[in-house]
Structures are given as C-alpha cells and as structure tokens.
Ligand binder design. Structure first.
Ligand code: ZN
Length: 308
C-alpha cells in the first residue's frame, strides 16, 4: 500500500537544484553573512567534496579517496573520471576539483547599493571552488569572519569571479544591537532554521555508483553510447534524466530563483523615514543607536547557533 498524502505544504516537492543560490551579474555587488557557524570553534563552516564536471551530466561526486585526490590530484584506481581526466581546458570529463558549499544571508540593497529600510534579506546557498575558499581563508587569518559581513563584487559573471572584502567589525549588520535589527535577526534565524539544507552535498554533485560513473565518462568522451539503464536501478537515475535535471547553464551564473525573507512587517521604531523608498540604514557611518552600550555580539552569535 502506498504512502498516504494530503495537500499539505509539508509535502511540497523540493528539488534541491531549485535551492536559491548566490549568483551575481557582472559588476553586481552583494553584502552577505556566512551564517553556517561551527558551535565549538565559532568559525564559519563549509561542506566540501571533490567533484568532476562531466559533459552532459553536471557535477558527479568523485568516488575516489579524499586524501588521495587531495595529495595526488586524482585517484584513478577508485574513480573512472579521475582515470581519464587530464585537466585540459574544455575536456568532456574534468579533473576532480573541490567544491564548497555554505549558507549565507544576503542583505537586500537598492540599485545604489544601500541597504533597504526596513532591513530585508534572504537565505542562499553559496557554492564555490578552491579560489574563493583560499580567499576566505586568507581573510580569516586576519579577520574574525563570524563578526563581519563580506562585501562581494562580481568581476566575471561566466565563472562567477568575485572580489571579496571584509566589512567593518562594528558594522556587521546582523549583529548590530538596534531594535529593528534584532527583529530582522530573529526573522533571519527563523528562516535559516526553516530553509537551510541539513546536507549541502547534493548541491556539490550527484553521487553515482562507479559503474554508472564509468558509463557517464564513456558517453562524455564519445567512446560509446551509454546503454540504457534497466528499470529499478534507483536511486541513480539514467544519465539522460540526470542531464535533464541539471542545466549546465545554471551553474555558470543563471539567476537562481530567490526565496525572499519577508521584511519586518512591523518595525518597533517606525519613523517617517521608513516610508520613503531607498532610505538607508547607514551602518557605515552610524554609531550604535544607544551610544555607549556595548554590542553583545557573543549573544547575537549564540542566537544564530541556537541551543546546542
Ligand atoms: Zn575522481
């Protein structure tokens, strides 16, 4: 007997590929906060896997041994893709590259780059490779990234090349002490808890049995047409279906659908200024609303981490 289902929101189908991502247009700016935080180290955390980009099949997780691939660049004994990839540009089977994922809060800004009032934002997944991870690592050696926003400028849309700079520590929006920000923070945290993916791995690549991966590799290399895969070989779908599932173009900068956080409907401090469009909260220059009152950033971070 089948599973009984109702027209409840909780049963709505969720395709992970639809999960909203951070992608930017050429020269577009974004201000984001790395909200996945390791509760022990209080440092940003990421999910990482090696994956191969395979023509016609999107990214497939490398079944090789992580350490072997890390140290030798490939694990040909364990992975049919590693066995053929050479690293040449535009080859049908790419070498194993690390892909990282994390959740970010992206603050909404107007066309001039000013934060909206009241504050608004959205929870997004940010997927990137070694170049951005190394940049974040460099920044983290100098700055506590849990207490800073990141100011991002897209310098190349096709490969989502970003300039990344740390924001000012006193001006990490989500940690600011003002009442309207607290309301925003609570909404952000609620949305994050509700919408975050417990496992970001599916955004990094599909997991495929070695035999299936071999077929995808052979097909991409043009060595042979992939034979049809028998019915019932779940959970790996046939490669045709996989190719359809993942539009390659989407990976290189297509604007993902965004799941917007509702803006604060009722600001505790309504002011006439909030009526006018484009009025900015001026975190860059403004002192904390209550002069002299220390910003309890630890408390704010605890809020984000929640009960452990
Ligand atoms: Zn591999």
């Amino acid at each position: 007997m089948g599973r009984e289902f109702y027209l409840d929101e909780e049963h709505r189908g969720k395709a992970f590929r639809d999960y909203p991502r951070l992608t930017l247009e050429e020269n577009e700016k974004a201000r984001v906060y790395l909200i996945d935080i390791n509760p022990e180290t209080k440092r940003p955390k990421f999910t990482v896997e090696f994956a191969h980009f395979i023509k016609g099949a999107w990214y497939i997780l490398c079944p090789g041994d992580y350490k072997t691939v890390l140290e030798q660049g490939a694990d040909a004994a364990q992975c049919p893709a590693c066995a053929v990839a050479t690293g040449e540009q535009d080859e049908p089977v790419g070498i194993a590259r690390r892909r990282f994922a994390c959740h970010v809060i992206r603050y909404h800004m107007d066309a001039r780059g000013k934060l909206l009032t009241p504050l608004a934002g959205e929870v997004l997944a940010w997927i990137f490779g070694d170049d951005k991870f190394n940049k974040l690592l460099d920044l983290s050696n100098e700055y506590d990234l849990v207490r800073r926003d990141l100011m991002i400028t897209c310098t190349g849309k096709k490969y989502q090349k970003f300039d990344i700079a740390p924001g000012d520590e006193k001006n990490c929006i989500i940690l600011r002490p003002e009442e309207p920000v607290k309301v925003f923070r609570q909404r952000v945290i609620a949305a994050y808890r509700e919408d975050k993916l417990e496992d970001l791995t599916p955004l990094l690549g599909r997991r495929a049995e070695k035999e299936i991966l071999q077929r995808l590799v052979s097909k991409a290399m043009g060595i042979m047409a992939a034979p049809p895969i028998e019915e019932g070989v779940e959970p790996i779908p046939p490669e045709e279906a996989m190719a359809g599932l993942f539009d390659v173009a989407m990976e290189e900068g297509e604007q993902a659908p965004s799941a917007e956080l509702p803006v604060a409907e009722e600001s505790p401090v309504p002011t006439p200024a909030e009526e006018s469009v484009g009025t900015e909260v001026q975190p860059g220059t403004a002192e904390p609303a209550v002069a002299g009152e220390p910003v309890d950033m630890d408390k704010a971070i605890e809020d984000i981490l929640g009960p452990q």
